[in-house]
Design a protein. Sequence first.
Length: 394
Amino acid sequence: MNKLILKSGRERSLLRKHPWVFSGAVKQLEGKPKNGETLDVISSDGSFLGRGAYSPHSQIRLRIWSFADEIIDEAFFKQRIHAALSLRDSLDITSQSNAYRLIAAESDGLPGLTVDRYTDTLVCQFLSSGVEYWKASIVKELQTIKGIKSIYERSDANVRKKEGLEPLRQLLWGKEPDDFIEINEQGLKFLVDVKEGHKTGFYLDQRKNRQRVLEHSQNADVLNCFAYTGGFGLAALKGGASHVTNLEDVAGLIEVMNKNCDLNGFAAARYTNQKADVFKQLRNYQKEGTSFDLIVLDPPKFAESQAHLAKASRGYKDINRLAFHLLRPGGLLFTFSCSGLMKQDLFQKIVSDAALDAERDVQVLDFLMQSPDHPIKLAIPESFYLKGLLVKAL
């Protein structure tokens, strides 16, 4: 078998079961492996460290499939897929929703593979060379999942370019998905565009946090920023909010929000779905003296790389400072970062500094995170990517 030999001292992360080998750790490559082919990883003293997928174009030169001396074949992927399915079964997610994450990449031992279920449709992202190499075997196994009628690929994220792969968006198996798939989540209905929507179509990782917003929205005047298709806003309306303002800067998403509000039977007088640049609109609210009882900040990823982290931190501070200016006394702020590079302690410091700049005294009522169908692997800090705080302005 082809081998990848590490430089002296560069095996420490693998010994701690982190699955990535960066290009700078590589001393020597034995053989001529293809993109995505399986290699043995060997330490400088000749010890076997693991077996993984080779990616010659990426800074992450290899992603470990297994730290054991086991064969990587169709049976391996069958076992990993069914282990992921068993975990979701144990979480009893179907009692809450018919849409959830089935496979969460590294956290389920399948680096680069994301699979989300929307009723009878699976939407997949093959974002690493390894899962691209084994795509046929993976799709073959996914077809055996009970109740599935369609498997659709949304491998159109920029990260594929770093793997030397072209973006893909295509039907992999079964019937072509409808333009909008209706899902149910804790009594709410949502239309999901799996072909054109963000990621795989919906932010499934915020399920538990939408429920928390619902629980705190009774009689509240709510502002939902970066609303996408209105998830938090609809949760607030179901929770009894007096009025919800959803801000989103993509016109097409406003149309979907309107459809979602209609689908759930909410009176038009109770919500405003507005196309707006969130930063500009929050400044306008401040000038006007507009205030709210509850604000949700769920911005897109500000930090795509370590080089962008400082700029991202300034963006998070700015938007949280603006939100604190708009909160009424006793008001609640649900604030999030979905940047994997943003550590929990740094995010908390940013929000704290934003409150100080806004001259607001605040209390942290809860720490928020991704829903459990997006599990966190302790050996992989990056898998804890969604950080959030529920804070009260005094």
